[in-house]
Design a protein around this ligand. Structure first.
Ligand SMILES: Cc1cc2nc3c(=O)[nH]c(=O)nc-3n(C[C@H](O)[C@H](O)[C@H](O)COP(=O)(O)OP(=O)(O)OC[C@H]3O[C@@H](n4cnc5c(N)ncnc54)[C@H](O)[C@@H]3O)c2cc1C
Length: 502
C-alpha cells in the first residue's frame, strides 16, 4: 500500500508526537517549523555567569502531563532519565507562616490538614473521587476518545460527572473541604495557565485534568539535563524513522485545491492531510475560511503565568530543612492569599489588566536539586518560580520591581538568598513574543467556559474532533485543543487516532 502524505506544521511536542505515530502508521511525514530550532515552548536558553555557562529551560520546566504510553511508544523511555520526588510537596502561606506537608498517603494528608489548617471535610473521599475521574480521563486519552459529557456520566455516574466536569471549581471545593487553605491548595490549578474564574461552569474539570498525566502516576518531576531533552530526543527519534524536519521554514501560502504548502524559499510540499500543531490563531493567515476565522477571533486567549529562573552559586538551603534531606528536590508552593474570595479577585484583576502583578501563588521547582538526584552536577543550583498572576501587557524587562518582589517572596524560605547570582524573568508578553503564544497563554487558549473539555475543539465535522473547521483534510492538534497544553503530546496522539479512525 502506498504511503499517504502528511504535512505537519509546528515542531512543538504535539507536532513531534503526532508525526511519530503517523510515520509508523503508513504516512510519509514532513514537518515545517518556522523557528530555527524545534521544541516550541519546550526548549532551552543559555546564560553565562562568572565565566561559567549553564543551560536552562526557557519555557516549560517540569514533566508530568505526558501519558506513560506516549513516553514508551515514541521511544522516549529508552532515551531519557527522569525523576519525580518521593518526598511530599511543601506548602507555605506567607501571611501566617503556616507550612503544610502534602503527603501522598491520604490518611497522613488528612491528619496533616486537620492539625495545621483545621480541615474537617472529606479529604480521602476527594482523593478517591479525583482518582476515578482521572482514570476516566486517562482511558479516554489511550483510546483517543473525544471528550463527551454523556460518556463521562455513564462511566462516572451523573452526580460525579456533574460535580467534576460540568460544575464550578468553587462548588467542588466547598463540597469536599471546610478549610479555605485546603481549598486553595487543591484548587490552585484552576488558574495555572489562565485566569479562569472558580465560578465558571466547567472550571472544576481543570483540577483533575492537571493531574491526568501518567509518566509519574499523576505526579510531576524532572528530566536529566532539562525538559527540552523531550523534544530534542523526539526530533532525533523522528528523523531516525525517516521524518523530514524543515526548520527556519516560513509558509508563503497553502493551495487547498492542489493540496500544496508553499514556502518563502521556493520549496513546496504536497499533502493528503495537513495538520496544524501550532497555536490555533496562526493557521488563519493561510486559510481562507470566514466562519472559522470569526469563531477563532471570538475565543479567549489571555494568559497570566510568569516564570523566574534563579541561579545560585551554592546549594539552596531551605529554612527548617536540613542541607541534605530528601525534601530538597520537592515542589514547594507559596500562597500570598489565604481564602478563595481573594484568590478569585486577584486573578480577575490581572485578567482585566488592573494590576501588573497581583500575588496569588508561586510554584517553586527545585530544578538544581532534581538534576543532582539525576546525576547531573551543574555549575549553579537552579530554582524556578512559576508565578501567578501577571497581566498580559508588559515584558519582564519592564518590571524589575516585580521581578524582585517575586524572588523576595521565595527568599523568605531560604537561608542563603545571598547566593543568588542571577535570574531571568518571563511574563505572558514575553511568551507571546518568544513562543508566539496568543496573549501569552501557556495552553495557547484559555481553559475556560465554552473552550474546555468537549468544547475544546475547532471542528465542524461530526465524529472528527480534531478537524479544523469543516475541512476534511485539515486538522488542528496544538495546545489549544483537548486536553490542553503541557509537555505531553496528548493532543498530538489523540489527533493521530482521529485521523486513522476516520
Ligand atoms: C514559561 C512556560 C512555562 C511552562 N511550564 C510548563 C511545565 O513546567 N510543564 C509543562 O508540561 N508545560 C509547561 N508549559 C506549557 C508547555 O510548554 C506548552 O503547553 C507546550 O509546550 C505546547 O506544545 P505545542 O506543541 O502544543 O505547541 P508549541 O510548543 O507552541 O509549538 C508550536 C510550534 O509551532 C511553530 N509554529 C507556529 N506557527 C507556525 C507557522 N506558521 N509555521 C511553522 N511553524 C509554526 C512554533 O514555532 C512552535 O515550534 C509552559 C509554557 C511556558 C511558556
Amino acid at each position: 500500500m502506498s504511503k499517504k502524505k502528511a504535512v505537519v506544521i509546528g515542531a512543538g511536542v504535539n507536532g513531534l508526537v503526532l508525526s511519530n505515530y503517523l510515520q509508523k502508521n503508513n504516512y510519509d511525514v514532513k514537518i515545517i517549523e518556522k523557528s530555527s530550532k524545534i521544541g516550541g515552548a519546550c526548549t532551552f536558553d543559555k546564560i553565562k555567569i562568572d565565566n561559567k555557562n549553564i543551560d536552562f529551560a526557557k519555557g516549560a520546566t517540569v514533566l508530568g502531563m505526558m501519558p506513560d504510553f506516549i513516553f514508551n511508544d515514541t521511544g522516549l523511555s529508552n532515551k531519557l532519565k527522569i525523576y519525580s520526588p518521593e518526598y511530599q510537596k511543601i506548602v507555605y502561606f506567607e501571611n501566617d507562616n503556616t507550612e503544610i506537608n502534602i503527603y501522598k498517603d491520604p490518611n497522613r494528608l488528612e491528619k496533616e490538614l486537620y492539625d495545621k489548617v483545621g480541615e474537617r471535610g472529606r479529604v480521602k473521599e476527594f482523593r478517591e473521587d479525583e482518582n476515578r475521574v482521572i482514570k476516566y480521563i486517562q482511558e479516554g486519552y489511550l483510546k483517543g476518545e473525544a471528550p463527551s459529557f454523556h460518556k463521562a456520566s455513564k462511566v462516572l455516574g451523573e452526580d460525579l460527572a456533574q460535580l467534576w466536569i460540568r460544575g464550578t471549581a468553587r462548588n467542588l471545593l466547598d463540597y469536599y473541604f471546610t478549610s479555605e487553605k485546603t481549598k486553595l491548595y487543591m484548587g490552585m490549578t484552576v488558574i495555572e495557565s489562565s485566569p479562569e474564574s472558580i465560578d465558571s461552569e466547567g472550571s472544576a474539570f481543570i483540577i483533575p485534568l492537571m493531574d491526568s498525566g501518567s509518566v509519574f502516576g499523576g505526579y510531576w518531576g524532572y528530566v536529566k539535563h532539562g525538559i527540552w531533552q523531550v523534544t530534542e530526543e523526539l526530533g532525533l527519534l523522528n528523523e531516525s524513522i525517516g521524518i523530514e524536519i524543515n526548520t527556519s521554514s516560513v509558509i508563503k501560502s497553502i493551495d487547498r485545491e492542489r493540496k500544496k504548502v508553499m514556502l518563502n524559499d521556493g520549496k513546496s510540499f504536497d499533502y493528503d492531510i495537513l495538520i496544524f500543531a501550532t497555536d490555533p490563531v496562526s493557521p488563519m493567515k493561510y486559510i481562507d475560511n470566514e466562519s472559522l476565522k470569526k469563531s477563532i477571533i471570538k475565543r479567549k486567549y489571555t494568559g497570566t503565568s510568569g516564570k523566574v529562573t534563579a541561579f545560585f552559586k551554592n546549594k539552596v538551603r531551605w529554612v527548617n530543612h536540613s542541607d541534605n534531606d530528601d525534601s530538597l528536590s520537592s515542589f514547594r508552593f507559596i500562597f500570598s492569599v489565604d481564602n478563595l474570595d481573594d484568590f478569585e479577585i486577584k486573578s480577575q484583576n490581572t485578567l482585566n489588566g488592573l494590576k501588573d502583578y497581583e500575588p496569588g501563588y508561586i510554584q517553586v521547582y527545585c530544578e538544581g536539586a532534581g538534576q543532582r538526584k539525576l546525576g547531573n552536577d551543574e555549575p549553579f543550583d537552579k530554582l524556578i518560580f512559576f508565578t501567578k498572576n501577571l497581566s498580559y501587557d508588559k515584558k519582564g524587562e519592564e518590571l524589575p520591581h516585580i521581578h524582585e518582589e517575586i524572588k523576595n517572596k521565595v527568599f523568605k524560605y531560604i537561608s542563603n538568598p545571598e547566593d543568588c547570582i542571577g535570574s531571568v524573568f518571563l511574563t505572558p508578553k514575553d511568551m507571546n513574543e518568544q513562543f508566539y503564544f496568543p496573549e501569552g497563554n501557556i495552553d495557547h487558549m484559555m481553559l475556560t467556559e465554552g473552550q474546555n473539555f468537549d468544547k475544546r475543539t475547532f471542528s465542524k465535522i461530526d465524529g472528527s474532533f480534531y478537524s479544523y473547521g469543516n475541512m476534511k483534510d485539515i486538522f488542528y492538534c496544538g495546545a489549544g485543543s483537548y486536553p490542553c497544553g503541557s509537555v505531553a503530546g496528548t493532543a498530538g496522539y489523540m489527533c493521530f487516532k482521529n485521523i486513522i479512525n476516520n
